[in-house]
Design a protein around this ligand. Structure first.
Ligand code: S3P
Length: 200
């Protein structure tokens, strides 16, 4: 199957690496949280605030099932999951059953916390489960054993997004479409995304 699923904790860079990976492979990129928001017609923070985490997890599972059924039809895709998705056993099982490789993007918990704080301040990214530094660390520790079941573990500390994506392409044996620098169109798209407060 010509698809890759990126997993990892909040701040791991799943969306930004996913976009770069999509560009390198010439495959469309999709953020599962955005599919959830389209299906539910409200944002992830709104779902958490108005209906709670359980409703969010149900919506997440339904969106994942829909997405994977599209991949079954042979569509190419780089997919970024939200930080909690792969920690839900039924989601991990679904992905494994499809045979799609999973890539765990990792970094130290201090680095993940620093990135999330920076995104909250600079891009106004709202993460309902961010919590305090202590609860963030506890959640990371609880989820790490799930993430470690991924097909590939990729460290992200001290590397650029393009370097990480290139390492994933190499490790999975996927041919890169191009290593050309990003076009002005994709750079300006990234700038406007930043203004809209989307995850990087
Ligand atoms: C969550 C992470 C978020 C989003 C939701 C729940 C989690 O995605 O799916 O707020 O449980 O860790 P990111 O990992 O992209 O922040």
């Amino acid at each position: 199957m010509r698809a890759v699923v990126l997993i990892g904790f909040m701040g791991a860079g799943k969306s930004s690496v996913g976009r770069a990976l999509g560009e390198q492979l010439g495959w469309p990129f999709e953020d599962l949280d955005e599919r959830i928001e389209r299906r539910e017609r409200r944002t992830v923070p709104e779902i958490f605030r108005d209906s709670g985490e359980r409703t969010f997890r149900e919506a997440e599972h339904a969106a994942l099932r829909e997405l994977l059924s599209e991949l079954d039809a042979g569509n190419e895709r780089v997919v970024a999951l939200g930080g909690g998705a792969f920690a839900q056993k039924e989601n991990a099982r679904l992905i494994e059953a499809c045979g799609v490789p999973t890539v765990f993007l990792d970094a130290s918990v201090d680095e993940l916390w620093r990135r999330c704080q920076e995104q909250a301040l600079q891009q106004r990214v709202e993460r309902p489960l961010l919590g305090s530094g202590e609860s963030f660390r506890e959640l990371y520790e609880a989820r790490r054993p799930h993430y470690r079941k991924a097909s590939l573990k990729q460290d992200t500390g001290g590397k650029t997004v393009a370097e990480i994506a290139a390492e994933v392409v190499q490790a999975l044996g996927l041919g890169s479409r191009s290593t050309a620098p990003r076009s002005e169109a994709s750079r300006s798209e990234a700038r406007s995304r930043g203004r809209r407060g989307q995850k990087q």
